[in-house]
Design a protein around this ligand. Structure first.
Ligand code: NAP
Length: 273
């Protein structure tokens, strides 16, 4: 396991840090190797109590003690934190940032030494170990750093590597995607109610159908078009429903949603530079 014996520190102890630390513990990383720093003392006490990880009130101490530092503060705080700690990072460490929209080059500009940096875009289902994350490598990051990041984000879901110029597209698809899925789930549940199902039954059937279908795609490796063909019998119910989806322009609507979110991500990233 690429994380064996390494100390991992989360700089910022919010929702995402908690999700990552929980996933790492579940995947076998020992709590004695996990650290977290935060400006809020009660947050540190909570994380120590709940997870048993070491806590530090001082970010510099955390950076000095960690082989891998996960930068998990809000994007607006990244500059302040890197001004405080940038000179402390050493080339044997890996700096992994999950701050949305913060470019690798911007982070590297605060580092005194040639430190490997990895930028990651996770999504909220990481909180349940079912996240989708994409990562890209900085100037000094190599195979060792990629393996470290892959191991961390595979502990809270699935992870892929992309070039940095695709990070806005990732934000438009999987970063923003949970919102699209919730809208679809709510619409499906409404549809169930319209055809006579109680709302709780309709929502449970909708959500489990989405989960099961996603698992079919991921776990069988089959193309979704082929899986769709397998459940549409000639003249049957499913093809009647698919016809209505096509008539309503569902595919183009999904493409427009991702395109708009990608455009907005680009706009917001350039405002942060
Ligand atoms: N949540 C997601 O699904 C998601 C998805 C993709 C990417 N991200 C990225 O993940 C990062 C963290 O998100 P989050 O939802 O976990 O945020 P969060 O819950 O606000 O966590 C950030 C934590 O850092 C603390 N903090 C603020 N300033 C600090 C400083 N100078 N030094 C140390 N700690 C400091 C915050 O304290 P205060 O509350 O007192 O400020 C808070 O406890 C963000 O950059 C976000 O863009 C999140």
């Amino acid at each position: 396991m690429p994380l064996t014996g390494l100390t991992i520190g989360c700089l910022g102890g919010g929702a995402m840090a908690q999700a990552l630390l929980t996933g790492l513990i579940k995947s076998g990383v020992q709590t004695q190797n996990l650290y977290v720093s935060d400006t809020r003392r009660e947050r540190l006490e909570f994380l120590h109590r709940e997870l048993g990880v070491h806590t530090r009130a001082n970010n510099s101490e955390l950076v000095k003690e960690s082989d891998v530092v996960i930068l998990a503060v809000k994007p607006q705080v990244v500059e302040e934190v890197l001004e405080e700690t940038g000179a402390l990072f050493q080339p044997h460490q890996t700096l992994i940032s999950i701050a949305a929209g913060i470019a690798i080059q911007f982070m590297e500009s605060f580092l005194t030494h040639p430190v490997p940096v990895i930028r990651v875009m996770p999504n909220t289902p990481c909180l349940l170990g079912s996240g989708a994350s994409a990562l890209c490598l900085g100037t000094h990051a190599g195979a060792r750093d990629r393996e470290r990041a892959m191991a961390i984000f595979s502990a809270v879901g699935r992870a892929v590597e992309v070039p940095e110029e695709l990070m806005d597209a990732v934000t438009g698809l999987s970063g923003s995607g949970p919102a699209y899925m919730y809208v679809i789930l709510e619409a499906l549940a409404d549809a169930g109610v319209r055809v006579g199902l109680p709302r709780d039954v309709a929502l449970l059937l909708s959500a489990q159908t989405m989960l099961g279908s996603a698992r079919m795609v991921l776990e069988t490796g089959e193309h979704p078009g082929r899986l769709k063909n397998m459940v549409t019998t000639p003249g049957g119910t499913a093809i009647a429903g698919v016809y209505a989806l096509e008539e309503g322009g569902l595919r183009v609507t999904m493409m427009r949603a991702v395109e708009e979110a990608t455009r907005r991500s680009r706009e917001m990233s350039s405002a942060l530079k």
